[in-house]
Design a protein around this ligand. Sequence first.
Ligand code: ADP
Ligand code: ASP
Ligand code: MG
Length: 453
Amino acid sequence: MKVLKFGGTSVGNADRLRKVCKLLNGDEPIVVVLSAMAGVTNSLVEITELVKSGKMLQAIEKTKELEDKHIKTAEELFDSKMYRKRGEEFISNLFLRILSKLIDGYNQSDSRNIVALGEQLSAGLFHIQLTEQGKRTAYIPALEYMRIDKDGEPDFFYIEQNLKRLLHTNPFANIYVTEGFICLDTNGLVNNLGRGGSDFTAAIIGNVLNANEVQIWTDIDGVHNNDPRYVTNTCPLRQLSYDEAAELAYFGAKILHPQTVHPCKAKDIPVVLKNTLNPADEGTVISSVKNRKRIKAVAAKDGITAINIKSSRMLLAYGFLHKVFEVFNTYKTPVDMITTSEVSISLTIDNTINLENIVNAISQFAHVEVERNQTIVCLVGDFPASHKGYTAMVFDCLREIPIRMISYGGSVNNISFLIDSHYKVQALRLLQQLFPAVSVSNSTQQSIEANIF
Ligand code: ADP
Ligand code: ASP
Ligand code: MG
């Protein structure tokens, strides 16, 4: 069994959906996880915001626009009149449900129902398309098996039991189509796995089914060595270890949802990132194979808040750090980076929902300062302490950038530092100098083999 996830651009219009259909021609059973068509989740979020601010007419107009976009896709997607009608009816029924929620009184849980619509539309349409093409396919609704627990973590036991039951009720199918991103919570209400969460859905499914591979199909030929949205001449990495990929995803490489790696690492399932627009390219394989001696990639994570905690009364005395971290624990706020000195600690968080409570609690026993709009830049590779020169080289190329915090030695895979977000793009571009120039004209795209030490 393999799990194949197709992202928003891969299912972005009728032509793309047809390309995806053509990719599914083996006999091995597969689970196909689909995202909403590109831009659709953003539009759905906007609709919920319009409703919340009382702009009901605008919300309904935007909903109609989205419906038209899907109807147009259905018109182009199906060969026969019968299937076109079936697709259009499917779309209209889903939109009717949403419109009735908007009109007949709206509550908070309706917003998650509305945001879930994008994946339900793309998965439903794709399943009808596969049926028209004569494929042996079954639609497995994510809301019948994907569930998170009270801490927002996947409930693996529940998911395994229910997903396996659903697959067994469709023994003749070999292409199981399901929605990424969406799930139920412990109260049975519709929820989701966070933005970009379809990758995580695929990894969870891979884990519970003991898949032999999870493929993430997107619009680029694998994980690049730097962020292609800001840096030119980036190029794909052919191989990454689970730990390296997890660091990159956590520290901002948008190509992978931050939690994707762990469920696959737990079962040693390779994750392969492939390009739907260029399927012949080998992409990036993430596995337990470790490839040492290299600086591999750079990523950056925005929206970071730095908290500086000062105490004249022996900061590092026994028990002080415990007291500080107890506060973060109480408010369920993960800490990303931490540095200490004799009289102060600096740490960073990206979830600021409880920032005020955290600051109030720590202010009871120390002085607290907060700096917003920070960015963590993370270098991933293999940085054993025995190798000289890594840090000198990295920070020499960043000499023009004011650096607020540095974290080195926590893991051999990661050197990270904190800067004001204003310097992010400049820092990413400067760090690209660490990689030897590579020809991007070569269509097979050479991998970065930056064996520079
Ligand atoms: P999908 O809709 O398929 O899930 P995403 O937009 O979430 O796709 O992720 C793919 C995008 O991630 C790429 O188009 C690229 O702009 C961006 N990206 C950011 N960092 C990287 C990186 N290091 N390697 C590859 N792509 C990256
Ligand atoms: N459609 C969702 C989003 O845009 C999930 C995903 O694409 O992975 O965040
Ligand atoms: Mg994505």
